[in-house]
Design a protein around this ligand. Structure first.
Ligand code: 3PG
Length: 213
């Protein structure tokens, strides 16, 4: 089955920014998700980069209003674990054939990553019209995505990697960008000190970013 584009579009349209979360402290999962949702960012990507990431996902999925996905998904096993933990979508830094084969068999949509036109075309040939542009800033940033728009008009991107609030504004002005991902909303020192009010404030600022009408 090709990518479930309508399902992914509805998730990616909910907010201009997806917080990309690296968290091992399960106790911080709920207050962090609550702060992000309260600030207006309901779509959360929890990367599978910590030993407790799946438990963090399961906790965040209990928060009313939160739409939780797994990130850094690299294997079929991680896809199964993501579904089991309560994810509603998955994100990967890449788009390997094995990963796309496995995604065909899984009931939640995958947003795979690409960095070049050839990778975007390869994913598009597999039925993918929503792609993550990663690592966005290191790959050349908004000018590169702007250059993709004319030759690849049927592909929509979520750039992630090295983005802050000002850069997010620039990306969101592009016609082929639906939302951006980033971790700037959750400074590690704010998580460590339990300063979830600060995170809610940063989330509110990010949620106020708009796609131009
Ligand atoms: C990541 O892979 O960690 C995400 O792309 C987030 O990147 P950032 O920390 O640069 O926002």
């Amino acid at each position: 089955m090709p990518q479930d584009a309508p399902a992914l579009r509805s998730v990616l349209s909910l907010a201009p920014v997806i917080p990309v979360i690296i968290l091992d402290d399960v106790d911080a999962a709920r207050p962090l998700a609550e702060a992000l949702v309260a600030g207006g960012l309901p779509v959360l990507e929890v990367t599978l980069r910590t030993p407790n990431a799946l438990r963090v996902i399961a906790e965040m999925a209990k928060v009313p209003g939160a739409i939780v996905g797994s990130g850094t998904v690299r294997s079929p096993l991680q896809m199964e674990q993501s579904v089991h933990a309560g994810c509603q979508f998955m994100v990967s830094p890449g788009a390997s054939p094995r990963l796309l084969d496995a995604a065909d068999e899984i009931g939640i949509p995958l947003l795979p990553g690409i960095g070049t036109p050839t990778e975007a075309m390869t994913a598009s040939e597999r039925g993918y019209s929503f792609l993550k542009f990663f690592p966005a800033e290191a790959m050349g940033g908004a000018p590169v995505l702007k250059a993709f728009a004319s030759p690849l008009p049927d592909i929509t991107f979520c750039p992630t990697g090295g983005i802050d609030v000002e850069k997010a504004r620039t990306y969101l002005a592009l016609p082929n960008v639906i939302c951006v991902g980033g971790s700037w909303i959750m400074p590690q020192d704010a998580i460590a000190s339990g300063d979830f009010k600060r995170i809610e404030t940063l989330a509110r600022e990010a949620a106020g970013l708009k796609k131009p009408a």
